[in-house]
Ligand binder design. Structure first.
Ligand code: SER
Length: 315
């Protein structure tokens, strides 16, 4: 990768991936775009307002900047997708189809995240294998499975260098996620610092895979820079780092903030989604094919999250 276009750069992943890629490839070589102005990104390198559903504008940006790689980070997440499935399909698949087509026409590599949400209630729950039954029950998951298939199709049919990971819930402290089922695991840290109490929308005992943002960013680059001859899979690799329930993350925070309290007001949509997803993925293919290895665990992440959020709010 020498010159990179990011679409959907203003979101949870993009706002940090842009900075990370700029630190590696040079600020001038990472063109961040989003449907809205984003001051944080435009102050540190090239930024354009771009609607990913407008294929002509996306093609023009790639051509003008002579990009050789695209990161497509446009997506409505799982819980919000259920409120308007048609819109979720139009945005998630529209941005992906445009990215695939532009990548094909301009010979770009393409990274698009998939998710633990690509699995469903009929997938094995523990140690969910790389290649297994995938029958998600959310529109978000249906888009992710379709996206994985399309990514592989564009690779075999047209030779487009498509690569992807199935991200766990991503925990981060720069831009909040919005409308996801795993968002609680971000919000809990903010509330622990800001108000000392948190009402959890997900049942106490539901396990989901999670990952800390620095590991997620490193995974994107390591996969995109991996030797293609070693990749048996492409779209998408299971990625694992840590798996916990609301009770477990609560206990971890309480060790450091003994007065922190959590109660529950379970959201039925999030409950159904969370219970339909795996407890923990088997990421051995990512480890074997491109050397994936997480560096953060629940304890080190909790220390870091609380430190950063404390500084943010001067607490
Ligand atoms: N974090 C996403 C969600 O909860 C899953 O990929 O929707």
């Amino acid at each position: 990768m020498k010159k990179i276009l990011i679409v959907g750069a203003g979101g949870q992943i993009g706002s940090e991936l842009t900075t990370y890629l700029r630190s590696i490839y040079g600020a001038a070589n990472v063109i961040a775009t989003d449907v809205r102005e984003c001051k944080m990104l435009s102050e540190t390198g090239p930024f354009e307002v771009l609607n990913a559903l407008d294929a002509t504008s996306m093609a023009s940006a790639v051509a003008r900047h002579k990009c050789d790689a695209i990161f497509n980070l446009v997506a409505l997440l799982s819980a919000v997708g259920e409120k308007d499935p048609q819109k979720a399909w139009a945005i998630n698949m529209g941005a992906l189809m445009n990215s695939l087509e532009v990548a094909r026409q301009y010979n770009c590599a393409l990274f698009t995240p998939s998710s633990i949400g690509a699995f469903g209630p009929t997938s094995p729950k523990d140690g969910t294998p790389q290649d297994t039954v995938m029958q998600p029950t959310t529109i978000y998951g249906v888009c992710k499975v379709s996206g994985e298939l399309l990514g592989n199709y564009y690779h075999t049919k047209y030779g487009v260098d498509t690569r992807s990971v199935r991200f766990p819930g991503i925990i981060s402290n720069v831009t909040l996620p919005g409308g996801g089922t795993t968002d609680y695991a971000v919000e809990i840290y903010y509330e622990a610092i800001k108000s000392g109490k948190f009402t959890c929308p997900v049942p106490a005992d539901v396990y989901m895979d999670m990952i800390y943002m620095p590991d997620a960013l490193r995974a994107c680059v390591e996969l995109m820079e991996a030797d293609p001859a070693k990749l048996v899979h492409r779209n998408s690799f299971n990625l694992a780092s840590m798996s916990f329930t609301p009770e477990i993350i609560y206990a971890e925070i309480k060790k450091r903030l003994p007065d922190f309290v959590m109660d529950y007001n379970v959201d039925p949509v999030k409950k159904a989604i969370a219970e339909s997803w795996p407890n923990s993925l088997d990421d051995s293919c990512a480890r074997e094919e491109w050397g994936w290895k997480p560096q953060w665990d629940l304890s080190s992440m909790t220390d870091d999250m609380l430190k950063v959020i404390r500084e943010k709010y001067g607490k």
